[in-house]
Design a protein around this ligand. Structure first.
Ligand code: ZN
Length: 211
């Protein structure tokens, strides 16, 4: 199944069982067993975030949105959310500076089905034309919502205080302007304000809240 990465150090008060593995494809996995919980869950942390956006500000955040919208094995855009909704589940994701994290919970008997739908995000996402157009709008709407939010505004001020040229100083959430092209953004002037990430304020609004 994979190479055992050794014992996980844990608190004496923690009676869960842990196992760390490295799969043949290089993915590192932490398994946690707790027979007293009523949900099963999984998370995938991808080591790419908004600091890696390159020329297109908001690209990591946009990609986070797109992975939910159909895969080769499950082309229906709603396949993942429908499966979770029907089986006591919930999902969400966030784009941070140096990583992007996706996660879900579901009733234990449906973990395998949920995990299979989830894994396809990272194997064969479709990135269809129609979903691409819609999600650029969704990112833009999210940014417009963030503009009214003090936590996001403060975050962008923090970013703006970075040394010129440092990736921290960039605009992380993205908007139609930044996703459509830097030239358009430059011509129409200005950078938006906002950021993506659940831990410092606001957080991602996807999963069940998505229109
Ligand atoms: Zn978002």
């Amino acid at each position: 199944m994979g190479k055992d990465l050794g014992r996980i150090e844990q608190s004496p008060a923690d009676d869960r069982t842990y196992r760390a593995l490295e799969l043949e494809n290089g993915l590192q996995v932490l398994l946690i067993h707790d027979p007293t919980t009523d949900k099963a869950s999984a998370a995938m942390s991808v080591g790419v975030g908004s600091l890696h956006d390159g020329d297109v500000e908001g690209l990591a955040h946009f990609c986070e949105h797109m992975l939910f919208l159909g895969t080769e094995k499950y082309p229906d855009e709603q396949a993942y959310s429908k499966y979770l909704n029907q089986n006591g589940g919930h999902s969400n994701a966030y784009t941070d500076m140096d990583h992007t994290c996706y996660f879900f919970s579901v009733l234990p008997g449906f973990l395998e089905g949920a995990l299979d739908r989830f894994a396809q995000f990272f194997i064969s996402p479709l990135f269809t034309d129609s979903a691409t157009a819609r999600e650029m709008q969704a990112v833009d709407s999210e940014n417009n919502k963030n503009l009214q939010n003090d936590a996001w505004r403060l975050h962008q001020i923090h970013c703006a205080s970075a040394k010129p040229g440092h990736p921290l100083g960039r605009f992380r959430c993205g908007s139609l302007k930044t996703l459509l092209g830097r030239s358009l953004a430059r011509r129409e002037g200005g950078r938006g304000g906002g950021r993506e990430g659940g831990r410092e304020g606001g957080g991602e609004e996807r999963g069940r809240k998505r229109p």
